[in-house]
Design a protein around this ligand. Sequence first.
Ligand SMILES: [Ca+2]
Ligand SMILES: [Ca+2]
Length: 273
Amino acid sequence: MKAFKKIALAAGAALLTGAAYATPVATSGSYDGAGKTLQDYLQNVWAGPGTTISPNFVNTNQYSPDEMWTIGSTATSAVTFVFELTSNNGNNSFGIYDLGNPAHMLTIYDAATAAAGQRAVLTESLTTPGEFTTYLMTAGGVPIASSIQTITFSSSVFGLFMGAGGATYYSQAALNAGGGDQLVAYQGSGQNMQWPFLAPGTSKPWLANEILLAWEDLPVGARSGNCGQSADCDYNDMVILMESIKSVPVPAPLALLGMGMLGMGVTLRRRPA
Ligand SMILES: [Ca+2]
Ligand SMILES: [Ca+2]
């Protein structure tokens, strides 16, 4: 009974914190070779002076939920393409999609035009909610006129996508083949980071309004064993730092389902051993 009570309480706590939804991220076994997982980069390459990234950070510090997003009160989000490490390098794209129609997309980084380190801006109209504009920036911070694109979505809340070769992966795992979760996210907490897009030898704090988005570009699918299907689950294939976005919780009916599961835990706990 005592052990069972503990399990039920732990399950309840996990539901409340969202920890139950953490997506397994491999900390070794990357197809890119030894020392090249997202964990390796955060811990050994991007951590700046005075900052230590804990050894299992990629699994214990995931930002949740990470499926639906909106721009914060500023209506402007700065987007920086941090890093790309994949054999699909040059074929990957990134952007946002309309939750009402996932085929309705706005590409922020196009494989043909963007490179690692490229900066972009995403804005939402203050007068027309759901109207988004994006453009790329020169290294000097000047908007590139030929890259300006505008689209109107059905709401201010959007999904994130990664295009990889012929495949498209969505931040909403249910839209991916086998329900695979291809995206993990991390929120800054003031760590001093020497991001690769900064000048060599310089670093800056990773702020709470900066979300690191890390994608796996092979289908994760229904997991079996370590990772499932052909993916290596290193989530280093395209990494984006997006400023001034926040995630939006699941709609009420799904939240109620979660509460129902919590209720089940309570019921089981009360049952005599
Ligand atoms: Ca996810
Ligand atoms: Ca991978």
